[in-house]
Design a protein around this ligand. Structure first.
Ligand code: ATP
Ligand code: MG
Length: 264
């Protein structure tokens, strides 16, 4: 076999490998999406059941007691638990539907709130205080369900970094000069060593022994997926972290172009 022939064969082999890696990558992303949805289903069913229990208990209370004040109070509780249940289903639906790769104008603040609804109880349970610092920001061009997934991964990581509680600070800022929108997820948790920081985005890299009591964590695919999605949005991820001091992860996204805005 002459060397030219060998070279051609090697090139063909390399191209085949590259195509295979690309196919596996997209399969991984799909699998990860389903996994997130599955984990979410566990959490939200639980939350939904809590709301339902409240509704049932207060309905019984109202039926047992004929006096107006007790009935009024029961109806009030039923209304607020019902509203909460409706919010939960709305969030899950918005996350499950629309799982195309289509980009559309997205209000980041609204998206953050939607994802937070799903994790509200979990944050309370782990004594995590959620703080919102939402500055005015234009909409970004994004795929909403992908962005929700990024946020969900970051929020769960932050919560897991604070097993005995802490603060979760969500900040939205807009830089008018550059037109970029920053979303920062900051926690006061365990932080990362430089060695962990170097590998945090590697697929399957994890320091967790497995899923926690809420069924989340330990696959090591969360941040790899985040990076893939943010890059598809022509965005950037910046990480600041120090052991024992907490972590801040900033997603920087380009804002909607004037041409895209007209169509919206
Ligand atoms: N906010 C954070 N604070 C401290 N360490 C973090 C934080 N976020 C990520 N890490 C570290 O980066 C590693 C990789 O995170 P990643 O989300 O990719 O995987 P995971 O959380 O271990 O599992 P999963 O894929 O199920 O989310 C984590 O195991 C953890 O060591
Ligand atoms: Mg994770």
């Amino acid at each position: 076999m002459d060397s030219q022939h060998l070279q051609r064969q090697l090139d063909a082999e390399r191209a085949r490998h590259a195509a295979e890696v690309a196919a596996l990558r997209s399969q991984l992303l799909e699998a990860r999406k389903s996994a997130t949805l599955g984990e979410l289903l566990g959490t939200t069913t639980h939350e939904f059941n809590n709301a339902l229990t409240t509704i049932l208990n207060y309905a019984r209370l109202g039926l047992r007691h004929g006096d107006q004040p007790t009935r009024d109070k029961a109806l009030g509780r039923i209304l607020s638990a019902g509203t909460r249940a409706a919010k939960i289903t709305a969030s899950v639906l918005s996350m499950a539907r629309n799982r195309t790769t289509r980009f559309e104008p997205v209000d980041i603040g609204q998206l953050v709130d939607e994802v937070l609804v799903l994790l509200e109880r979990e944050m309370i349970k782990y004594r995590v205080q959620v703080e919102r610092e939402f500055g005015p920001a234009p909409r970004v061009s994004a795929n909403p369900s992908q962005l929700q997934q990024v946020l969900l991964n970051l929020l769960v990581n932050a919560r897991q970094a604070m097993p005995t509680g802490g603060r979760l600070i969500l900040r939205i800022a807009h830089d008018e000069a550059t037109g970029l929108v920053d979303l920062t997820v900051r926690d006061t948790g365990c932080g990362m060593t430089p060695d962990v920081m170097r590998r945090m985005f590697d697929p399957h890299f994890t320091t967790k022994s497995g899923p926690d009591a809420t069924g989340k964590g330990g696959s090591g695919l969360g941040l790899a997926t985040c990076r893939e999605i943010v890059e598809a949005h022509r965005g950037r991820i910046r990480v600041e972290s120090a052991p024992g001091r907490g972590t801040a992860i900033t997603i920087r996204l380009p804002m909607l172009q004037a041409s895209e805005r007209r169509g919206a």
